[in-house]
Design a protein around this ligand. Structure first.
Ligand code: 5GP
Length: 167
């Protein structure tokens, strides 16, 4: 189970929570559709940066990813499934944002998940090599770390904080 599954489960269980659809320059994986990402060319992405269309954006392993600016009239809470660079930007803009670090149960599991999506071997190796540093950065930033082993347990933990008295 990946972060995407967890994000979809959170949105399904929490009325008033909506999942942001990111833009990316990465090519779609075989199972992906336009509901997973808005897939664009680098030129299209760069034009959108020029128009200040992103709330945050980052380059991750050679591809650009960004969160489009939310519609200000939409009062629902927005769930962003983004990398640590993006989370740092969000936290700087909105100190009240809840940042959850989602980690794989162990390295073998992480490797199996990255491999299972059909990405090129070199890309999988690069992602495994950078994972440790991303977790360190994430730990410095996050309000909560959730191990992504049991979908229902991870969902319940996040929802209890999201819906708890401090928020
Ligand atoms: P993937 O290519 O595996 O779908 O995503 C690569 C990384 O980019 C993941 O860590 C994912 O969470 C992150 N990501 C997806 N969308 C965004 C976004 O809009 N902004 C940022 N900063 N990261 C994103």
């Amino acid at each position: 189970m990946g972060k995407g599954t967890l994000a979809r489960r959170l949105v399904a269980l929490s009325p008033g929570l909506v999942l942001s659809r990111s833009w990316t320059t990465r090519a779609p994986r075989p199972q992906e559709t336009e509901s997973d990402y808005h897939f664009v060319t680098r030129a299209e992405f760069e034009a959108a940066i020029g128009e200040d269309a992103f709330y945050e954006w980052a380059e991750f392993h050679g591809q650009l990813y960004g969160t489009p600016r939310p519609d200000p009239s939409d009062t629902r809470r927005l769930l962003l499934e983004i990398d640590v660079q993006g989370a740092e930007q969000i936290r700087a803009k909105d100190p009240s944002a809840l940042v959850v670090l989602v980690t794989a149960p162990n390295e073998e599991e992480l490797e199996a998940r990255l491999r299972g999506r059909g990405d090129e071997e070199e890309h999988v190796r690069q992602r495994l090599a950078s994972a440790g540093g991303e977790i360190e950065r994430g730990r410095r930033l996050c309000d909560l770390e959730v191990v992504n082993d049991d979908l229902e347990r991870a969902t319940t933990r996040i929802l209890s904080i999201l819906e708890g008295p401090r928020r």
